[in-house]
Design a protein around this ligand. Structure first.
Ligand code: GAL
Length: 346
């Protein structure tokens, strides 16, 4: 059901054979298993950031396989935006004998079914990227979360925007001493969307730049939706928009697509800021189309998730993993402006 990939990170045939003979049990107290099986369900395989995170996860699994000599079998499923589908996928992964399940929740308020099923089979769950409420993570001691500190990305995005206006006072196009802005928001109810918007705006103000909100639109992290919403707001506010605060790079790029499709001269474009540092986002910073982005450490998150999944599967030691409250791994963000962008581009 919706399984998009079944990979053995290295040596496909060999690993499959080893996996069949050795089974997948990585049980605490036993000698190191020859293979482990990790099940992953992503909320939407077409989400740019999540798909890049999974690419890093797979690449790192290959490296860890070589280092450890343990075959790492990974099953990746696409929930395609349905919590019911995702619950079914988790059931399938549990039936399949996965040692650990990694879940990018579709609905972060609905982890109960998954937690109950996993607890019944005593299989640990690592939630990632879409943070559930703390009370849910407390429901069982084999639940973990890997992600980032949402507020930090908002603060950094606000600092990038404030600096842009301080360095370029002419970006206040109507010269009224106030920055007219719009927000392109991710999904309603997503912790990153709510917290990023709040902290980005408050940080701009704390940095001494006065702002006036013209409007906002929900574009679900999606470039095409953001382009449509931006085009609508441009027809409503015409040339008044001086700043576009996007909750992620894909939506910032959607705004840029709308600007490119419009007749507005390049020098009259608003300042645009994003978050993620995806390949396309970084390219837009390098091209000077975005003032900056905030690097959402997909590689750090992918590595932390794999390391944790590995130790949980082989019954290893978690102490080296720096778990906050025994449950959380949160990677820091970083600001990426024109000066830093080269370092982040591969
Ligand atoms: C955010 C990321 C977005 C989107 C979202 C999905 O952390 O910045 O681009 O991927 O997660 O949950």
């Amino acid at each position: 059901m919706g399984k998009i990939k079944r990979i053995c990170a290295a040596g496909l045939a060999l690993v499959l054979a080893v996996g069949m003979l050795a089974g997948c049990a990585g049980t605490a107290g036993q000698s190191e298993p020859k293979s482990i099986k990790i099940g992953v369900s992503v909320y939407d395989q077409y989400d740019t950031f999540v798909s890049q995170l999974m690419a890093d996860f797979n690449a790192y699994a290959s490296r860890r396989e070589e280092e450890t000599g343990v075959a790492i079998n990974i099953e990746i499923y696409n929930a395609a935006g349905s919590q019911t589908t995702q619950n079914g996928q988790v059931e399938e992964m549990l039936d399949d004998g996965c040692d650990v399940i990694c879940v990018n929740l579709v609905d972060r308020t609905e982890p109960t079914t998954i937690i109950d099923m996993a607890e019944k089979k005593n299989v640990p769950v690592i939630f990632f990227n879409r943070e559930l409420v703390a009370e849910d993570l407390e429901r069982w001691d084999r639940l973990y979360y890997v992600g980032a500190k949402a507020f930090e990305s908002g603060v950094m995005e606000g600092e990038i925007a404030a600096d842009a206006f301080k360095e370029h006072p002419e970006a206040d196009k109507n010269g009224d001493g106030m920055i007219q802005y719009i927000v392109l928001e991710g999904e309603a109810g997503h912790q990153d969307a709510i917290v990023r918007t709040e902290y980005a705006v408050s940080t701009i103000v704390e940095n001494g730049v006065e702002v006036e909100k013209l409007g906002y639109a929900i574009a679900n992290w999606n470039r095409a939706q953001a382009q449509t919403k931006m085009a609508q707001m441009m027809s409503e506010y015409e040339t008044e928009i001086e700043l576009v605060i996007a909750n992620n790079d894909d939506m910032a790029l959607g705004a840029i697509d709308a600007l490119k499709a419009s007749e507005l001269d390049r020098e009259k474009w608003p300042v645009i800021v994003g978050i993620d540092g995806t390949d396309v986002g970084l390219a837009a910073v390098a091209a000077g189309e975005m003032a900056g982005t905030v690097y959402n450490d997909k590689r750090g998150q992918a590595h932390a998730m794999l390391d944790l999944a590995y130790e949980l599967s082989v019954g290893g030691d978690l102490t080296g993993l720096d778990l906050e409250d025994g449950k959380y791994i949160r990677l820091p963000y970083a600001k990426v402006g024109p000066d830093e962008v080269e370092t982040y581009m591969e």
